[in-house]
Design a protein around this ligand. Structure first.
Ligand code: GTP
Ligand code: SPV
Ligand code: MN
Length: 592
């Protein structure tokens, strides 16, 4: 398949260590995909779904102890501990290799090793980066064939460029105690053992396109971010692009595929999707930032996805999709999840494979959910009705606004705007959000998650902040920076803001601010909309309700400022860029 000696030596080294019975190159062809699908179906690794209702779709269950990213077992193995910084787990690289090699020894005996050459970004385009993942999982192969561009043309492209990211993955025994997701940024290497789940094993995604790529971006003057990219087409045909960084399971896919409310569609507004999870961003010659989506598919959260909340996502899942850990309905060969519709199946199997029906309760009378809260669909980007015509534009799309956002029951208002780039970096750095099921551990705990990159920054986060600050200084025409929060709760625990498609009303204000056509209220935390400037037409939502989430309560924010100071000083101390301490001091002064 290739004469590239670096590639061949890499494969040889790990084939000798993991001793697979067979080695199979993945060529990206439809025939090979069909063969592997049949093989995985014959062993029960996947279940083929109803060809009429869900053509080309399959179902997969992971091990019960393997349903999300494992942040406590994820390591940045940079040469020095400082290289990984205070927010990452670190292991000395040689020690890590030694330990991992021991776990991986003979792990593929009796199995096949698949070699996946893949590209992040369009093959041959200037921003594309290449990887080779070795894996013993057909499920991983099939997912990578949707999420990235896989095939022999990648080998040719690597041949010319010479550079690629090495990825070694084995399920080994799916042993939680020996599960490790290790990154060696200085070696362009990822080593993942004992998991079979999403972000732990689809090495092109979080491991490469964020952790390794953020390190590369730091060295090469660009940004690799946990961001969606969307386009808003205005009635005059002009399209403006916005990126948004929200933590895992906090609304990126939903915002990226938004369908505007009627008050906008009837005027001719339209939203198009460039990306839903990862953006690679570079400064252009014109002093603006340009973003590409390096992925080729969506690995989206299933629960809550329905015809009303996200019809574009649902449509994306109707063919050639892999469903993971949702409800399986054997009789019809279909799938279901909580929040899909109000008609749960009466005769089904839950994500663990147990008999299940809608409304089923446990001995204490509590509802048993059929789908895992982090169950997912893997769908080709081309399936998405709102996919942008610029999806494959190798130059990327110019960014007018960057949005940061989190899941906050209180404190953070619906939207506010940073004063300038430096203040915007501060706003990103102080992001906090309630944890979700996307990673193992407690759910609903507020934690600091700067730029939604806490679990994904492949180097010292203090250097990452400095890199962001430096990037702004190089841009003559930087995007404006905003913060949003769709998740404010009322006293009964209900979401106040309707969210989803109605988030367009906030995007509208953001665009108007970018175009300098609307005023704002100057508050201690930043510029906020005048309530009259958020379009509520056609919405059952009062001005009072709006005012209640366009607030900046000084006492709450004084506490918040104290919290930020604790985070800054205990995590980073004097390694944090002084500009961020200055912004914090300025915020405190405005709150007096
Ligand atoms: P990752 O793929 O983990 O990075 O997640 P994501 O950021 O793409 O999140 P996604 O869009 O899949 O949304 C996650 C959850 O948030 C789903 O249960 C959605 O229903 C819910 N959600 C998304 N947008 C909104 C919103 O505007 N309001 C409310 N209340 N919930 C939302
Ligand atoms: C996330 O957790 O942010 C995801 C899912 O997008 S995973 O691929 O598992 O990282
Ligand atoms: Mn994500």
């Amino acid at each position: 398949m290739t004469k590239n000696k670096v590639i061949l030596d890499f494969i040889d080294q790990y084939a000798k260590l993991m001793t697979p019975d067979n080695i199979v190159w993945i060529d990206g062809s439809e025939e090979q995909k069909q063969r592997l699908t049949e093989e995985a179906a014959s062993t029960g690794e996947i279940i083929k779904l109803n060809e009429k209702l869900l053509p080309g779709c399959v179902y997969h269950r992971t091990a019960v102890n393997d349903v999300a990213r494992v942040e406590h077992r994820t390591f940045i193995c940079s040469r020095t501990k400082d290289g990984a910084g205070p927010t990452n787990n670190w292991m000395e690289p040689q020690e890590a290799y030694k330990m991992l090699d021991k776990i991986a020894e003979k792990a593929m005996t009796g199995r096949t090793m698949y070699i996946i050459p893949y590209s992040m970004g369009k093959v041959g385009s200037p921003f594309a980066k290449y990887g080779i993942e070795l894996t013993d999982s057909i499920y991983v192969v099939l997912n990578m064939m949707i999420m990235t561009r896989v095939g022999t043309d990648v080998l040719d492209a690597i041949g010319k460029k010479g550079e690629f990211v090495k990825g070694v993955h084995s399920k080994v025994q799916l042993d939680l105690e020996n599960r490790y997701i290790c990154h060696f940024p200085e070696d362009n290497m990822i080593y993942s053992l004992n998991s079979g789940y999403g972000g732990n094993v689809l090495l092109g995604k979080k491991c490469f396109a964020l952790r390794i790529a953020s390190y590369q971006a730091w060295k090469q003057n660009w940004l690799a971010e946990h961001m969606l990219i969307l386009g808003i087409e205005k009635p005059n045909g002009e399209i403006k692009y916005i990126t948004g960084a929200f933590p895992s399971a906090c609304g990126k896919t939903n915002l990226a595929m938004l369908i505007p409310p009627e008050t906008y569609t009837k005027k001719g507004y339209k939203v198009t999707t460039v990306g839903d999870d990862i953006a690679w961003i570079r400064p252009g010659k014109d002093g603006r930032l340009y973003a590409i989506n390096p992925e080729n598919g969506f690995f989206g959260v299933a629960p809550g996805t329905n015809m009303k909340s996200n019809p574009n996502a649902l449509a994306s899942t109707r063919k050639n999709t892999i469903f993971t850990n949702v409800v399986y309905v054997p009789k019809t060969g279909t799938v279901w999840w909580e929040g899909l519709d109000k008609n749960p199946p009466t005769d089904a199997e839950d994500w663990k494979g147990n008999k299940w029906y809608g409304g089923m309760t446990d001995a204490d009378g509590n509802i048993i959910k059929g789908a895992n809260p982090n169950s997912r669909f893997t769908s080709p980007a081309i399936n998405c009705p709102s996919i942008s015509p610029e999806f494959e534009n190798p130059e990327g799309v110019p960014i007018s606004a960057i949005i940061f956002g989190g899941r906050r029951a209180k404190a953070a208002p619906l939207v506010y705007e940073a004063y300038n780039w430096q203040h915007g970096v501060f706003v990103g750095s102080i992001m906090a959000s309630e944890t979700t099921a996307a990673a193992t551990g407690a759910v609903g705990v507020v934690r600091h998650d700067p730029m939604a990159m806490l679990p994904f920054c492949g180097y010292n986060m203090a250097d990452y902040f400095a890199h962001w600050l430096a990037m702004g200084k190089k841009l003559s025409n930087p995007p404006k920076i905003f913060n949003v929060n769709w998740f404010r709760l009322d006293d009964n625990g209900n979401f106040i803001w309707p969210g989803f498609g109605d988030n367009m009303r906030v995007l509208d204000w953001i665009l108007q601010r970018c175009e300098d056509v609307v005023d704002a209220v100057d508050t201690p935390i930043g510029y906020m909309p005048k309530p009259d400037d958020i379009n509520l037409e056609g919405l059952d939502f009062t001005k009072d309700q709006l005012v209640s989430i366009l607030d900046c309560d000084k006492d709450t924010w004084k506490q918040e400022a104290q919290e930020i100071e604790n985070f800054y000083t205990t995590k980073f101390g004097d390694t944090l860029p002084k500009e961020l301490y200055e912004e914090l001091a300025a915020l405190k002064k405005r709150l007096v």
